[in-house]
Ligand binder design. Structure first.
Ligand SMILES: [Zn+2]
Ligand SMILES: [Zn+2]
Length: 620
């Protein structure tokens, strides 16, 4: 997310980063003024703001944050300049020792002994260091506060934009739990007050929509301590939602020649040793030992398995393209601290597919995939932005495959985008070593960008697994492999959708689509007959058995029942009393509060059916 679009004077990302990093200095200067004995760790700019790790003799709470913020404003007003001072590294260490800044002494020693990359890697802050191997280091002085830093900064404090301190969290020094825990103070900074306020509003809205809370409230998924963190369990409603999404992708790809396959969830390690993933990812895998002592792992991806289906018989050019698809889970041993609801899990379900084709078929296959992705995202009203990652033509040695292969493949991908008449950005040097790719980023209702769908070319796995087909001239040739994802991961996509819709799914995706509300007990039988009638409506998707409805025959008042249905985000409420029963009708209310008045049952069914089958975004 960049600056708000309505801002007439956009500030570049680089400039914002400089301002945000300078605000971190201002924060440290304020802390130093309030607690002279404070010691400082690192203070980088981050997305939307900054943080600083500090050691102070008090626990920082809301009151202290307010005091610090107040002091920051005072200092900013003084129009202090950021003055650069250069010192030989040994003098710098001595100076920081004199000031009792033990963490800075550690950083400088690390810098002297191991170079700048070690510092950046260990602390996650690149701003403390200059290029490698230098014998002097730079400091920046702001008022009385001096900080080890390479810059750049704004020239005076008044150039810092609108900021706000937000939270405090514990952070182990250099990310190591054997080290002391410092207090990490977070803040936001934007060029203007309006942008800051808008961002705070979006954060509040995001909190209100948090999928972890809504997922519980709407009974979609749960976690169990016995099963373990990062391993979500999907309830009947959540499972239905998943099936609807998977079924949608399937309905788009099946007519385009994708065939379903199924693979085991564990494999001998040999598969990943052959694919080359072993060296890179063995630490992130769950390992399993068989009775015979054979070593297995739980699959972290499906691509190597799928190559073995391609390789199981001799393939001719006439068999290509072969398009294998599967909705299946992969497992990665993420650290518990990194897990988050459905967005970061240890079990990731992929709507995976792999296409094996000739080098000349890449364009046509990529176009088919594009078609699926475009059709899939349309009903969600999410705008897609597209990025084409290319190789770095200056450094062909970094990549697998010939110049001709790369240029032809890249040109074929470009021509897909041209054919679709879309705009895209190209990034040279961003491709993986094994092939160029197209990434799709979807923007949700809160303007947040999610990288979800992708089309990735692969020259590597066919080589690794020695995949072949017999070409027209009777000679064996290497196929190209395409990886593609539409949803990305089902779990992550669900987390995005829940927050995008704030739990109020469009009718086609709602686990319960209508609730029938009888006004009195004598209307219960009629209400029940409506549920049965809705349930027997034939739907093209065939999942969930017709229109999904239930009767609310609880003892509550009608008003309360309507209110409950709204809280459960059920799109349709059908209220039935004497008159409706006599006329074969129901009074229709939408969860938005719109009152459609009494409609004949047939009209209600036609309306719901059309809405579900066309996957209309929201009932109106
Ligand atoms: Zn700095
Ligand atoms: Zn793949």
């Amino acid at each position: 997310m960049g600056a708000a679009p309505q801002n007439p004077a956009p500030v570049s990302e680089a400039e914002l980063e400089r301002m945000r990093h300078s605000t971190a200095h201002l924060l440290a200067a304020a802390v130093a003024a309030l607690w002279p004995e404070a010691r400082f760790g690192v203070g980088p700019a981050i997305k939307f703001g900054f943080f600083y790790d500090i050691e102070v003799p008090v626990a920082i709470g809301p009151k202290e944050l307010e005091r610090i913020e107040q002091k920051m404003r005072e200092l900013r007003k003084k129009k202090l300049s950021f003055e650069r001072i250069e010192l030989p590294i040994e003098d710098a260490i001595a100076e920081m020792e004199r000031r009792g800044q033990r963490y800075k002494v550690e950083l400088l020693t690390l810098l002297r002994d191991k170079g700048s990359t070690a510092v950046a890697k260990e602390t996650g802050d690149e701003s403390v260091v200059d290029g490698a191997g230098q014998s002097t280091v730079s400091f920046y002085k702001t008022g009385d506060f001096v900080d080890l830093c390479r810059g750049p900064h704004v020239s005076v404090t008044t150039e810092i934009g609108a900021f706000k301190l937000t939270t405090v969290a514990g952070a182990y020094w250099r990310g190591d739990e054997r080290n002391p825990q410092l207090q990490r103070i977070y803040g936001l900074m934007f060029a203007t007050q309006e942008e800051l306020e808008r961002h705070i509003q979006l954060l509040e809205e995001a909190k209100r929509r948090d999928h972890r809370r809504l997922g519980q409230e709407l009974d979609l998924f749960t976690f169990s301590d016995l099963v373990g963190p990062g391993l979500p369990l999907f309830t009947p409603r959540g499972t239905l939602l998943r099936r609807l999404l998977e079924d949608f992708v399937q309905s788009l790809q099946e007519p385009l020649g994708y065939q379903r396959v199924q693979i085991p969830h564990i494999t001998k390690n040999d598969l990943y040793k052959t694919s080359g993933h072993w060296d890179k990812f063995q630490e992130d895998l769950f390992h399993v030992r068989g009775k015979s002592g054979e070593e297995f792992c739980i699959k972290p991806m499906n691509c190597p398995h799928h190559t073995q289906i391609f390789a199981c018989r001799q393939r001719s050019y006439r068999d290509l393209p072969i398009r294998l698809s599967e909705v299946t889970s992969v497992y990665r041993d993420e650290l518990p601290g990194a897990l988050q609801g459905l967005s970061r899990v240890r079990m990731i379900t992929q709507d995976d597919a792999h296409v094996f084709c000739t080098p000349e078929q890449v364009q046509d296959e990529a176009l088919r995939i594009y078609q699926i992705i475009d059709a899939f995202y349309r009903p969600f009203g999410m705008q897609l932005s597209i990025r084409l990652s290319l190789w770095d033509a200056e450094k062909p040695q970094k990549y697998l495959g010939t110049k001709e292969m790369w240029e032809s493949a890249q040109e074929q991908l470009r021509s897909v985008l041209r054919t679709r008449g879309v705009t895209w950005i190209e990034e040279a040097g961003e491709a993986a070593f094994y092939g160029p790719k197209i990434d799709f980023t979807a923007k949700d209702a809160l303007d947040r960008a999610w990288q979800l769908a992708t089309i990735q070319l692969d020259f590597n796995l066919p080589e690794r697994f020695d995949l072949k087909y017999i070409a027209e001239d009777g000679q064996p040739r290497r196929p190209v492999m395409l990886h593609r994802a539409v949803l990305g991961s089902v779990e992550r996509f669900m987390s995005v959708l829940i927050e995008h819709y704030a739990g109020a799914f469009p009718t086609w995706l709602s686990p319960l689509q209508a609730v029938v509300v009888p006004i009195a007990d004598r209307h219960n039988a009629y209400a029940q007959s409506i549920v049965e009638k809705l349930g027997s409506v034939p739907l093209r998707s065939g999942i969930g058995g017709g229109i999904r409805a239930e009767v609310d025959d609880s003892r509550e008042s009608m008003q309360k029942k309507i209110r409950n249905a709204q809280l459960r985000k059920i799109p349709y409420m059908l209220v039935v009393g004497d008159r409706e029963q006599a006329e074969g009708a129901a009074a229709v209310r939408l969860r938005s509060g719109t009152d459609l008045k009494a409609l004949p049952l047939d009209a209600i069914i036609a309306r719901l059916q059309a809405e579900i089958e066309t996957r209309t975004d929201q009932p109106t």
